[in-house]
Design a protein around this ligand. Structure first.
Ligand SMILES: [Zn+2]
Length: 377
C-alpha cells in the first residue's frame, strides 16, 4: 500500500504542469562572426526572411558558400539585400554547415559585415545534440534524465536572458556544447524522451540550472560568482562525486613560469615570494588568494586567479596552495564553477539507486520539476 502511495505521489509530481507563453524553439549560435561558411542541403529547400517568414526563393540540392557582404548575404553567386536569410530543408531533411549535419533550420545573419550562423531548432532536438557532449552516454539512465532536465532548464533560462540578441546560446563550452546531429546517441535520446518538456522551476520562474563536472565535496553558492542568490543555488554537501576522475588532482607550476603567467595578465612582477589562499567560503571554495611579489602584496579574487592560471590547469576554485623551493604545488578538488548540479555526483546518486527527481531535488533544494505546456501566442 505504501509503495502504491509513493508511486502515485511521484506520478503526481511528474504530472505537475505549467502553461508557458512562447514556443519550444531555440536559436543556437553555431558560428559567430566568421568570414564564410559552406552550406549543403540534399533535396528541396526554401529560403525565407527570418521572423516574417516571407519566402525569397525555393530550390533543390544546395552546396555552396555563404558570406556576409556589405549590404546583405551572398549565397554562392546569389545576393540577398537583407540583414539575414533562413534556409529551411524539406521535412526531416538536414542542413550541413561546414560538413556537419543539423536538424531544424539555419539562419545566416549579417553582423556588422561578419557572418553569424544560427541553428533554429526545437529544444527537444537541441538536447539530442547536447547531452552526449555534456555527459557520457553510458551513464545510468536516471543520471542522463537529470542532465536532460537540467540542460533543458538552463537553455530556456538563457532564452529568456538573451531574448533581444540574435541567438540564445552558443554551441561551445561557454553555454552548453552542442554538436548538431553528430552527437546523438540512442540512450541519450531515451533520457530526453522520458523527460520531455520537464523543466526546473523556482518561485514560478525557470531556474537558472547551472551545472558543472565535479564539485569535489560541496557545491558552491551562485552568489559567490554571479548576482544570483536563491535557495536552490546556495550549495549542498556532496559525497557522491568521489568516482569522478577529477575529484582530486595535483598540479605544480614553477615560480618562474607563474611569473610569466602573471606578466601576461598585466602584473608587473619580478620575483614571486609567496602565494597563498587568503579567504575561503564556508562551502570550501576559495574566495581570494594573496600573492607577495617584490615586497608588494596583491589580493586576487579566486575566479580571476583561475582565469589567469588557466581554467584547464586550475580546474576549480577548491584548492590548496603550497610553495616548496621554486615550485607552487596545487592540490585541487573538482572541475568547473561548482554551482548547481554536480554531474559526477548525479552519476554517483544514480548508481546508488536515486531517481532523477531525487537527484534534482538534492542539488537544487526547493526547486520543482514541472512539465511545460507551450501556449503559442
Ligand atoms: Zn559533487
Amino acid at each position: 500500500m505504501k509503495k502504491i502511495f509513493i508511486f502515485l505521489f511521484s506520478s503526481f509530481l511528474l504530472l505537475s504542469r505549467i502553461c508557458f507563453p512562447g514556443d519550444d524553439s531555440l536559436r543556437i549560435g553555431v558560428l559567430i562572426k566568421v568570414q564564410k561558411c559552406n552550406t549543403k542541403v540534399r533535396g528541396n529547400y526554401q529560403i525565407m526572411l527570418p521572423y516574417t517568414h516571407q519566402i525569397l526563393t525555393r530550390g533543390r540540392n544546395l552546396n555552396t558558400e555563404v558570406r556576409a557582404i556589405e549590404d546583405g548575404i551572398k549565397l554562392g553567386s546569389r545576393k540577398f539585400q537583407v540583414f539575414g536569410i533562413e534556409i529551411i530543408p524539406a521535412k526531416d531533411g538536414y542542413i550541413y554547415l561546414n560538413g556537419r549535419p543539423y536538424r531544424g533550420k539555419v539562419r545566416f545573419i549579417n553582423e556588422k559585415g561578419n557572418l553569424t550562423v544560427v541553428n533554429v531548432i526545437s529544444i527537444e532536438d537541441y538536447l539530442k545534440g547536447v547531452l552526449n557532449y555534456e555527459v557520457a552516454h553510458w551513464w545510468p539512465i536516471q543520471a542522463l534524465m537529470a542532465q536532460a532536465v537540467v540542460s533543458r532548464s538552463y537553455a530556456l533560462y538563457m532564452k529568456k536572458v538573451n531574448k533581444d540578441k540574435n541567438y540564445d546560446l552558443t554551441a561551445d563550452v561557454y553555454s552548453q556544447v552542442y554538436g548538431g546531429r553528430w552527437g546523438e546517441r540512442w540512450k541519450v535520446k531515451r533520457a530526453i524522451r522520458k523527460t520531455e518538456g520537464l523543466v526546473l522551476f523556482y518561485n514560478g520562474e525557470i531556474l537558472p540550472a547551472f551545472y558543472h563536472s565535479t564539485c569535489g565535496g560541496h557545491t558552491d553558492s551562485a552568489s559567490h560568482l554571479w548576482n544570483i542568490d536563491i535557495p536552490p543555488l546556495k550549495g549542498v554537501a556532496c559525497n557522491f562525486c568521489r568516482l569522478s576522475p577529477h575529484y582530486r588532482w595535483k598540479k605544480k607550476i614553477s615560480l618562474g613560469k607563474l611569473r610569466k603567467i602573471f606578466i601576461r595578465a598585466g602584473y608587473q612582477v619580478e620575483k614571486i615570494q609567496d602565494i597563498r589562499v587568503k579567504e575561503r567560503y564556508d562551502t570550501g571554495f576559495v574566495k581570494s588568494i594573496e600573492m607577495k611579489a617584490d615586497g608588494k602584496v596583491y589580493t586576487i579574487n579566486a575566479s580571476k586567479f583561475r582565469k589567469i592560471v588557466g581554467l584547464n590547469i586550475l580546474r576549480s576554485r577548491r584548492f590548496l596552495l603550497r610553495i616548496k623551493g621554486k615550485w607552487l604545488y596545487i592540490t585541487g578538488y573538482g572541475w568547473g564553477h561548482g554551482v548547481g548540479l554536480c554531474q559526477w555526483g548525479a552519476y554517483g546518486m544514480a548508481l546508488k539507486g536515486y531517481n532523477f527527481q531525487q537527484i534534482l531535488k538534492y542539488y537544487y533544494p526547493g526547486a520543482e520539476v514541472k512539465k511545460i505546456i507551450w501556449e503559442k501566442r
